[in-house]
Ligand binder design. Structure first.
Ligand code: ADP
Length: 194
């Protein structure tokens, strides 16, 4: 099962991806997590990405395309994967399609979680409050200014992916404002048909 989850920051992609991981035994590939790991490890990629990420901008297509191309060739991806946060631009989607084709792989589903924008800032603030309450470290880009920039980047560069995958006949749009369990059920139904 090879799945792409689309949706703005705070749409619930990460939550749903984790559930799919448990259900299908395939890994969640979050480019955000991979980039944060590169930052934490102090790798060259991490050093280059950090400032852009903290400000809520997008890391270059070349960097993320390479990270994903390497990752999907690892052994734990042989049965599939859930992409969360990639592709994020139309050029990334084009590069990813070429990459999949070269490996003889095909996508099973592209699922977009649609969410009202006004709800997203509230979700981010709740995530920050929960993280603080649990004694965790708040993401450097989970502050109002960077979050606004992330939403603007989404609108400008990622939202056009819906039309792109629609044209390819691969897009399914689900209501990301529904209860978490209802969203999980809806995704399950889509994947049964895929
Ligand atoms: P979000 O909750 O905003 O979707 P992510 O954890 O997916 O957060 O990503 C955090 C940051 O990592 C992004 O704002 C961006 O700087 C960088 N990033 C993640 N995935 C990509 C990608 N596919 N292309 C470019 N930048 C990315």
């Amino acid at each position: 099962m090879r799945i792409i989850l689309l949706g703005p920051p705070g749409a619930g992609k990460g939550t749903q991806a984790k559930r799919l991981t448990d259900k299908y035994g395939i890994p969640q590939l979050s480019t955000g997590d991979m980039l944060r790991a590169a930052v934490a490890a102090g790798s060259e990629t991490g050093l280059r990405a950090k400032a852009v990420m903290d400000a809520g901008g997008l890391v270059s297509d070349a960097i993320v395309n390479q990270i994903v191309a390497d990752r999907i060739r690892e052994a734990d991806c042989s049965k599939g994967f859930i992409l969360d946060g990639y592709p994020r631009t139309v050029p990334q989607a084009v590069a990813f399609a070429e990459n999949m084709k070269a490996s003889g792989l095909r996508l099973d589903a592209v699922i977009e979680l649609k969410v009202d924008e006004e709800a997203l800032v509230g979700r981010m603030e709740r995530r920050v409050a929960e993280t603080v309450a649990a004694g965790g470290t708040v993401r450097a880009d989970d502050n109002p200014e960077s979050f606004r920039k992330r939403l603007a980047e989404y609108r400008e560069k990622t939202a056009p992916l819906s039309a792109h995958y629609q044209k390819e006949g691969q897009l399914v749009v689900l209501d990301g404002m529904a209860e978490m369990d209802a969203v999980t059920d809806a995704i399950g139904q889509v994947l049964e048909k895929a």
